[in-house]
Ligand binder design. Structure first.
Ligand code: BGC
Ligand code: BGC
Length: 602
């Protein structure tokens, strides 16, 4: 709903702004490519931190100081009206760029937990930690409805059920915005439905299916008043979303009545045409309002100005874009806010607080899916002599996954604060022992009654996590993803865990061969073909990417809480990696109390 006072302020400002100032508002720069003085000189609308991009020190107060400098520059007194700046980042599982933040399970785990209120709680905590850093805008939640777990962004999705994504998206947005952080639903639209699960790929679907699977999950969030939306890198039936007038203007803005701000993805306009001016024209005319042009923002401003002067982009379109940007700032109350350091919620020190970590630990407990429990091996007893092995047993980086401190994620325990899975076990089971080199070589049936082996993926983000499919080799060594060199070996990832991480199966078999029953905990951003690992183990738990609060895993393994999660998407069998005949259907999950078959409703 439009607020007449806001519209009047926006009209007034638009009258006073030059064309260049208006275009400046349409640009979002990355912090490493922009100085506070540029913000004023070029009238920039927003600044972002890319994944892992943080001010020196990386404590919440460093972020406050940084945004303070941008804000003060934007508001400096001279002939141009001071328009306060927005600062955005991807806090996609907690405020994940910041030192000491509470890291939640990635969305796939929240999808498994099946509790919309828990999603709202996670959003609330994330918002509070962002406010503590003096920030405004979160590029979340992701409303992708994943269709193929080969996709490297599977873990950013709540699952393959559009209704669940719709419900969780709305709860996330409502909670985040109620706490005082701007939400951004993404990526519009069809990101989860690309062929072969290829990131930024091609979604080929008739309109009815695009609508029911990928568009519909946005309706409740739009109704709840989400202030911004990010356009997707993918194409729909051969046409890039960043240049798709039907999807952005006709559908989103006109038919669905979205009156907020439409943001591009990271250099998403680049892929529309080789000529930058043409690419920008196509995108602006398709209806995008603000452009994430991290390093190229100067070029963007010049090129868009030239397009307007040439008559290729109308001033009415520019005014509409800038009005939406100003409207968003007015709705958020930005014009009435003091500098970031003086805002409500800034510098409270709540980042990583015990209270916040408790919420995340509950989310971990509730996201674990029990896939196998032969002979009731679980729950483990606190006095059992237990060996804990596997490469992900004591590795906070791995258990957090991508989008944690850095874009592609971390490895080891040096950069993150939290409780590793091993540390959680040790707290509850005083006789547990960590395998010296993690491989389980030191397993000994006279000493160990049971072994816990924590296996799985290592971190990745976006296209770097894609898995090849048949002839469609998605990521090759030497190829680029978003213009960056791909560090992987060709065929480095496989849907079969035993292929991409043979050390995991070796560890399970090594221990099981000594007659010690093995409980496997799989840390992964998605289901994987794990037939051999399942066969070699006695109990098996899918833990997704749990985040910093590994203690939640120990609580459930030791029986202090029951398993309550169910698969949020089908689990592929080894012979059928495309999931047509899944090994476990969506909704599957065992528990202590339900025992045997844990199908939904059973
Ligand atoms: C991703 C977005 C993200 C943006 C900013 C892009 O590469 O696709 O999800 O919000 O980067 O980090
Ligand atoms: C940034 C990410 C962004 C990506 C896009 C990275 O350098 O950290 O936020 O999504 O580039 O290519």
């Amino acid at each position: 709903m439009l607020n007449s006072e806001h519209e009047a302020v926006a009209t007034n400002l638009l009258k006073k702004m030059s064309l260049r100032q208006k275009i400046g508002q349409m640009a979002m720069a990355e912090r490493l490519s922009v100085e506070p003085a540029d913000v004023k000189r070029h009238g920039l609308g927003a600044v972002l931190s890319g994944g892992g991009s943080h001010p020196g020190g990386n404590a919440p107060e460093d972020w406050v100081r940084m945004n303070d400098a941008f804000w003060q520059a934007a508001m400096a007194d001279d002939d141009a009206p001071g328009i306060p700046i927005l600062y955005g980042c991807d806090a996609v599982h907690g405020h994940n760029n910041v030192q000491g933040a509470t890291i939640f399970p990635h969305n796939i785990g929240l999808g498994a937990a099946g509790d919309a209120r828990l999603v709202a709680e996670a959003a609330r905590v994330t918002a509070r930690e962002m406010l503590d850093s003096g920030l405004d805008w979160n590029f979340a939640p992701t409303l992708a409805v994943v269709q193929n777990c080969r996709w490297g962004r599977t873990y950013e999705s709540f699952g393959n059920d559009p209704e669940r994504v719709a419900s969780y998206g709305r709860h996330y947005v409502e909670a985040l915005q109620a706490e005082g952080i701007i939400g951004c639903v993404k990526h519009w639209v069809g990101d989860g439905g690309t062929r072969h699960g290829m990131d930024q790929g091609e979604t080929t679907l008739p309109w009815q299916e695009l609508e029911s699977t990928h568009v519909a999950p946005y309706y409740p969030a739009l109704q709840a008043g989400v202030m911004t939306l990010m356009v997707s890198f993918n194409s729909w039936n051969g046409e890039k979303c960043h240049g798709h007038r039907f999807l952005v203007t006709d559908l989103l803005k006109e038919r669905l009545g979205f009156d907020g701000l439409v943001l591009s993805d990271w250099d998403g306009v680049n892929y529309l045409d080789e000529d930058y001016g043409t690419a920008i024209r196509l995108s602006v005319n398709a209806g995008l309002d603000m452009f994430m042009v991290p390093e190229r923002w100067r070029e963007f401003i010049d090129a868009l100005e030239a397009q307007v002067r040439l008559g290729h982009v109308s001033t009415a379109r520019i005014d509409d874009a800038v009005r939406r940007i100003l409207r968003t700032k007015l709705r958020y109350g930005l014009f009435d806010m003091p500098r970031p350091a003086q805002r409500r919620g800034a510098g409270t020190g709540c980042t990583g607080s015990a209270e916040h970590r408790d919420v995340a630990r509950r989310a971990v407990r509730e996201s674990l899916v029990l896939l196998k429990n032969e002979g009731g091996l679980l729950p483990l007893g606190r006095h059992q002599r237990m060996l804990v092995a596997g490469k992900n047993a004591h590795n906070l980086g791995h258990q957090c996954g991508g989008w944690t401190r850095s874009w592609q994620g971390e490895t080891g325990n040096d950069t993150l604060e939290g409780t590793s899975i091993w540390e959680g076990i040790r707290e509850l089971a005083p006789h547990a022992q960590l395998s010296a080199d993690g491989t389980g070589e030191d397993a000994d049936s006279r000493e160990h009654e049971v072994a816990l082996v924590v296996i799985g993926e290592t971190p990745y983000a976006e296209g770097f996590g894609d898995i090849r499919s048949g002839d469609a080799l998605v990521v090759e060594a030497g190829s680029t993803v978003n213009g960056l060199m791909n560090p992987l070996e060709p065929y480095a990832r496989s849907l079969e865990l035993a292929e991409s991480h043979p050390e995991d199966l070796a560890c399970i078999r090594r221990i099981a061969a000594k007659g010690i029953p093995v409980v496997v905990v799989l840390v992964s951003g998605r289901p994987l073909a794990v037939g051999r690992e399942l066969a070699a183990s006695t109990a098996f738990v899918a833990a997704w990417l749990p985040g910093t609060e590994g203690g939640g895993i120990a609580e459930v393994l030791m029986g202090n809480a029951d398993f309550k999660a169910r698969l949020p998407l089908p689990w592929p069998g080894d012979a059928d990696p495309d999931g047509a005949w899944p090994l476990f259907p969506a909704g599957y999950g065992l528990s202590y109390s339900r025992g045997g078959c844990g199908l939904l409703g059973a």
